[in-house]
Design a protein around this ligand. Sequence first.
Ligand code: HEC
Length: 718
Amino acid sequence: MLFMRWFLPVLFSFVVSVSGADSDWPAYLGDKESSHFSKLRQITPENVSKLEPAWSFKAGGASPENRSQIQCNPLVIGGVLYATTPDQKAFALDAETGKELWRFDPVSIPGITKSGVNRGLMFWEDASRVSDRRIYYANDHYLHALDAATGKPVSSFGKDGWIDLKKDLGREVGGLALGVTTPGVVYGNLIILGMRVGEGPAPAAPGPIRAFDARTGKLVWRFNTIPLPGEFGYETWPPNAHEYVGGANVWSGFALDEKRGIVFCPTGSAAFDFWGGNRIGQNLFANCLIALDATTGKRIWHQQLVHHDLWDRDPPAAPNLLTLIHDGKKRDAVAQVMKAGYVFVFDRETGEPLFPIEEVPVPASDIPGESAWPTQPIPVKPAPFTRQVLSYDQLTNLSPEAHRQVLERFSKVRPHLPFAPPSRDGTIIFPGFDGGAEWGGAAADPEGVLYVNANEMAWILTIVESKRDGAETKSGGDGIYMQICAACHGLDRMGNKAQNVPPLVGVEARLKRQDVLALLKTGKGVMPSFGFLSETQQNQVADFLFGNGAAQTGPAAAVNSAGKKEEMGGADVLGKIPFTHTGYHRWLDPNGYPAVKPPWGTLNAIDLNTGEYLWRTTLGEYPELTAKGIPPTGTENYGGPVVTAGGLLFIAASKDEHLRAFDRKTGKELWKFRLPAAGYATPATYSVKGRQYVVIACGGGKIGTKSGDTYMAFALPQ
Ligand code: HEC
């Protein structure tokens, strides 16, 4: 056995060297530095026009009626590709042929449900036992350890191969929503993990950063992003905020400096996103980039990128590690792209900004109870990669009619300024809630160039009192609906088509009462579970939806205090947050195009050595507009780029369902291919037996495009 263990790797490396050093995609976004970069150079600007499909794999599990998606950036290790299906199963393929090797369904474990989306997986191998190689895969609030060779749970990890991530949070969260969409990062024998939690006006779970033992699943360290008494930053919140405020979670991924043992953690905004009257203060460590000692979880430095966030303007993607020449000196840097279109660049060890950051005065809030922070940090360089102000001259002029309708709306909402606080008249969010940069993030090359795709459209945020005019609601169900459900399903219960939220008007014709009650407990797709509501509250909401709200008596507040202590860990936020919003609304013209002038989607190359742009181009197009002679407008886009030593940038992401290759030096589009469904994911590139492949998940399902279940790999003809 000993002999075999020694012999096999040697044999393996011999085979690899014969075929010319194959290249893996061993971590989410390519490597632990989240560079999205590959040193492969077989596919080049000269030959990319010949790129053709090599294989495609139908993963199964797409659900067109639920607009299912695949956001997964696959791993490729030693010729095996690991990824997930639209319905949250993990699988392994032969990366050369696309042939399935194994599949793991978390539902095979009793009591475990599938929900949300999955952006990728983690790989760990035991340095002392070559045979112990594992894939870590999170679904809902469970982290699974799977044998990389078979897909079978590793039974020595946690309980029968999984751990419950609702444990070890430092606070009981009961039925509050908590899940993992974006993978964490592996450091030695630690799995460093973030999570996704609620961000609406309902109670939300906190978002500490945690490290688990890769072998056993035991908690090794926890960093409290909402500090406990005595911890640094505690005084940036009201007293005891750690007992009732949620959020400040790492939902978008990490970057790891393995050599230094530093993990860089971008934190989300605190809940509720749009009214912070119960969290007055600067709110450390929400909206920060935090550098933690990866071994101990101790803070080395932090920079807060938005103070007391009222816009959901949190860092949307994993940071990128780069090496730059700055003022003539070599600097190891970390860059963070933002939804607002900024790039913050810091020294990795000290957190010193490499380009100055100005604290710019911003407008005050006139919402009762709110106290907006007086300034916000804005980097002096690089220039933002999106427009910053939506003024009259930026309104669409695609047609006189579109312009007229958009102008009419424009005259009714508040004039736009960056960081204008939420208002009851309507506040323009530009770039929109999904950026600027979004979860696809940016790519970084060894020369210090950052490549970032961006959305450039406006959304409108409108704040409303949860209880209209301060009056008590007629029924508990009405009040709960206003506070929790209206943000997605709309005050008028008409849903939000662009966000894939169904209307609830007429729900009784489609669903039985017990189906709705079951749905509240489990959640479904993007809809979180509402298990934290008491049975009475769940029944009241159902009564409200089925039109017998008046039959239920008693104001919402009384219901809350009755159900409070045992249901919500003492945090009666349901009764405390007096505001909600009318939903996440893209501002569109009457034909469904963005209300602002193009570009609507862009791709940017920024030299972070100098902070100057190398090039900027549109990403994607609306064929029917191009046909009318309008230059390509770019489209809204989700999923990031990949850059290669071969001189290319690969990206799908656009609404027009294409995978594209650009010359990374010039930004010229060199090749595109129509996918079976839009690729709202980041591609991966790897080689097997000397042949370079580019693979993309074609899951569609967002922004009105169809769902799909295919992974497609491309290569040059043999
Ligand atoms: C974060 C956004 C969000 C919130 C908050 C939310 N929902 Fe939903 N809801 C959704 C989405 C998205 C779906 C569609 C899920 C799917 O089919 O994948 C949905 C589906 C439903 C459905 C099924 C409708 C149908 O026709 O199939 C019901 C009923 C429902 N929600 C009720 C509620 C209630 C009641 C609340 C408040 C307690 C609520 N939702 C809060 C997003 C939300």
